[in-house]
Each structure stands twice: as structure tokens, then as C-alpha cells.
Design a protein around this ligand. Structure first.
Ligand code: CO
Length: 460
């Protein structure tokens, strides 16, 4: 019997985030939701990551309402979101009561699969979200943030996967956010995980370095069950490989693919028009669609390179770029080889620039790096360089437990604080996640309603 390979469509979330900074408003993709629903995907990734923040910040949309609307139009396909473990959708750790309520409400509003990761691969930062997901009846996808370093061995990843299974993961996702995983690593790692646990495995990568099609193919040969792809007009470059191309190649090789080609063609035709609009207005930059192999050479993700450039430019120090680039892997090694993903990528990049411009390493450090050295982000893959940790912390002792255990519950307190303003627990959650944005959004919503009310009186 032919082995089946299933697809997660990322156009609504990761492709949208990677190519056009998550700027797709709901109305732009609404006409395609019913077709996506009929196309035969394993799941549609449509929420989480930066979508929540951008909905409130730029699109004047209630992210919860967006989720409910998608759910209503897509009754047959699983909806999937990306969740940063104890960070939820933000950049620092939240108390457990917030994490639990957020997950519960996400599932209540229509979420089926919650992909849970931690920037340091510290499973104790994933536990509460995993348990809440299972309790709410959704699929907890335990996720590895993939990176390479002397301490990131396949053995370590397999141990992590076993722990995730123990915690209740129903599927495993290997998340290669920088697109640095090559076909050989994919084959070996998927094989190793398949040997160790009997859970479905999903591989997530990006086309940034041009490896992705080869990486997926070898992963499929090793038995991967699900791959993440983007409909062709929103594929390639910093996004995922194209859905239709992967389906074509896999069928040719004898794999079973459930996708309906009439539907994918319709979706592609529609999104071509959308893509062209964003190219025209400058939101989609041509360089996002090209292949960039620099991160294979420097082991620095593409997004970090452009951040380094813009930081140096602001400081009038573009001539120090090469030094900053060389310093980045050194800082990462000092910090115990964190995977470079939000928020660790920003922290390491900023520190590398400081070290170069100060002329003395770790002369100044950000409050985030200080908190990191205190252990507030979790256990690092390798120990932090002890001399540097001592230079940063002085006599202060780093913590070994879970930082969230030191945080006071926040939900009940915020419910009281927002009485008369928040209309639901969803509002309360939006406020805890992004207080300033949510407050502004509540105000705008009220004004909009009052205006509509006035108009209807006039009309009557
Ligand atoms: Co991604």
C-alpha cells in the first residue's frame, strides 16, 4: 500500500508572516476559505505566531473573531496554531493561569491543533500548555526548535521527543525556522525519531536556503507523515515550498496524496492576484522570494542578518558588519547554544553588536540577556560560559527551577481591572497579552459601534 503524506497549508499564517509581515486582513483570504476546506489538507495553519499581535496592532481586527469566522467557513479541516510555550504569543514568560485560559479559549473558539515550542527546547516551559491542550480536547503537537551546534545531537532530540510524548504530545513537529536543515539531516533525524516513538511526525521548514524541497523528500523517505507547504504564489524564499509542487513530485514517486488539484488550482489562481497587489505596494519585497545561502555559511538565520544590518546602520557603524557577523556565533556559544528563534535570536544579535561597538565583550548587556543568565528563560542547551555569567550577574545566583513558578496569577486580577471594558474572557486575554494594543482596540471598537448606531438613527 502506498504510504500517505499529508499537508499543512501555511498561506494564512507562516507564509503570510514570512513574506508580507502577516499583513493579510481577514477579508483578503475569506473568499478562499471554503475551497481550502475542501482541498483535503491535514490542517490549515491560520493563527498564533505574529497573527494575534498584527491583528490588534495594524489590522484593527479582533484575533478571536477572526478565528471564529475561519472556523465557521471551514468545518471540515483542522485549524492549527503556533504557540510559544510559556511565552504564549509574546516575548516573555506568563503565569500559568493565563497560559491555561488562553489555550482553553483558543480551543473553544475553534482551534484543533496547537503546535507548542520553546525557544530553548526546555520542556518544562511547554508542560502547562501541553496539558491544557489535552484537557481542552485538542491535539498537542510537541515541537522541537531545530538548530545545529556541538550539543544538538540526534540523541538529545530523541530524548526530548520521548519527554514530549510523556507530557501528552499526540504528534511531533520538527520546526526548522531558519531553513538550515539539509536532506541528510532530515533523513537521519526523522529516522531516529521514528525508531524511538510511534507518533505522527510533521516537518516544518522554510525555502530560505533552497534546501527545502530536497529536505522534505528525504524526510518523506524516512517516514515523515506531514509536511508544511504554502500554495504556490505564497511559496518559496523565506516562506515554505509550494504545495502543488510537492504533491506532484510525491505522487510521481508513488506516495498517496489526498489533495484535490482542482481546489489547489483555484486557491493558487486567487492568491496570485493577492500576491501581485502586495508586490505592487512594496509589502512583498523581491528579496524575500529569492534563495539566500548566507545562513548556511554563517549559521545565522536570514532574519538576523537584516536585523544586524539595520542595527549597525542606526548606529552609523555599517563598516563593523563583518565583525558583528563573526561575533554572533561566539555570543551564541557563550550563551549555551540557544536555537536562534524568537526571542533568543534578537537577544544574541543585539549582544553581538554591543560587544563589537563597545570594544569590550559584555561590557554592557540588555535586561533580557541578564534575565537569560539568571535562568528566567529556562535551562540552556549547554551551560552558559561561567566566566561571562559571573561578569553579568556578579554575586547573584541563577535560578534552576521554572521561572513561571515565581509569577503571581494574573487572570482574576485583570478581570476585575477591566470590568465594564472587557466583554469576555477573550478580551481579558488579549489585554494581558498586549495591554496597550488591546486597550486601543477596545476603544476603537466602541467608537465604531457608536458611529454605526448614530447612522442607523439618521437613516431611520
Ligand atoms: Co516557520
Amino acid at each position: 500500500m502506498a504510504k500517505k503524506v499529508q499537508f499543512v497549508e501555511t498561506v494564512l499564517r507562516d507564509a503570510n508572516q514570512s513574506l508580507i509581515a502577516t499583513r493579510l486582513p481577514y477579508d483578503k483570504f475569506e473568499p478562499m476559505l471554503e475551497t481550502i476546506d475542501k482541498a483535503g489538507y491535514y490542517a490549515a495553519e491560520c493563527w498564533g505566531g505574529a497573527t494575534f499581535d498584527v491583528c490588534l496592532r495594524y489590522l484593527h481586527e479582533d484575533p478571536w473573531e477572526r478565528l471564529r469566522k475561519i472556523r465557521a467557513k471551514m468545518p471540515n479541516t483542522k485549524l492549527q496554531m503556533l504557540l510559544r510555550g510559556q511565552n504564549v504569543l509574546g516575548y516573555s514568560h506568563y503565569p500559568d493561569d493565563f497560559v491555561k485560559l488562553f489555550v482553553t479559549k483558543a480551543v473553544e473558539n475553534g482551534m484543533d491543533v496547537i503546535r507548542i515550542f520553546d525557544a530553548l527546547n526546555d520542556v518544562k516551559n511547554m508542560k502547562v500548555a501541553m496539558e491544557a491542550t489535552n484537557k481542552a480536547g485538542a491535539i498537542a503537537s510537541g515541537t522541537i526548535s531545530y538548530t545545529t551546534s556541538p550539543v544538538h545531537t540526534h540523541k538529545k532530540y530523541v530524548e526530548m521527543v520521548k519527554e514530549l510524548k510523556e507530557m501528552g504530545a499526540k504528534t511531533i513537529c520538527i520546526k526548522d525556522m531558519a531553513g538550515i536543515m539539509g536532506p541528510k539531516e532530515a533523513y537521519d533525524l526523522v529516522s531516529a525519531i521514528k525508531d524511538a516513538v510511534d507518533l505522527p511526525i510533521d516537518l516544518h521548514t522554510h525555502s530560505t536556503t533552497g534546501l527545502a524541497f530536497m529536505t522534505y523528500l528525504k524526510a518523506v523517505e524516512a517516514g515523515v507523515d506531514i509536511i508544511d507547504t504554502a500554495i504556490s504564489p505564497f511559496s518559496g524564499g523565506t516562506s515554505q515550498p509550494a504545495t502543488e509542487t510537492m504533491a506532484y513530485a510525491l505522487r510521481q514517486l508513488g506516495y498517496e496524496v489526498d489533495l484535490d488539484d482542482t481546489c489547489t488550482k483555484k486557491i493558487a489562481d486567487y492568491f496570485k492576484g493577492v500576491r501581485d497587489e502586495y508586490i505592487k505596494d512594496g509589502t512583498l519585497m523581491p528579496k524575500s522570494l529569492t534563495t539566500d545561502t548566507q545562513c548556511l555559511t554563517y549559521q545565522v538565520p536570514g532574519g538576523m542578518l537584516s536585523n544586524l544590518l539595520s542595527q549597525l546602520k542606526q548606529m552609523n557603524a555599517l563598516d563593523r558588519f563583518d565583525e558583528a557577523l563573526l561575533e554572533t556565533p561566539k555570543v551564541r556559544a557563550d550563551m549555551g547554544y540557544p536555537p536562534l528563534v524568537t526571542p533568543t535570536s534578537q537577544m544574541v544579535g543585539v549582544q553581538a553588536v554591543r560587544n563589537v561597538l563597545d570594544g569590550e565583550r559584555y561590557k554592557t548587556v540588555s535586561k533580557e540577556i541578564k534575565a537569560y543568565c539568571r535562568g528566567e528563560y529556562g535551562t540552556t542547551p549547554a551551560p552558559i560560559n561561567p566566566e561571562i555569567q559571573k561578569k553579568i550577574l556578579g554575586d547573584e545566583k541563577p535560578m534552576t527551577g521554572r521561572y513561571a513558578d515565581t509569577l503571581e496569577p494574573v487572570v482574576e486580577k485583570t478581570r476585575k481591572q477591566l470590568e465594564g471594558v472587557a466583554r469576555s474572557d477573550e478580551d481579558v486575554l488579549s489585554y494581558i497579552a498586549f495591554p496597550n494594543l488591546a486597550e486601543k482596540f477596545f476603544q476603537e471598537r466602541k467608537e465604531k459601534e457608536e458611529n454605526t448606531a448614530t447612522y442607523s438613527i439618521v437613516e431611520a
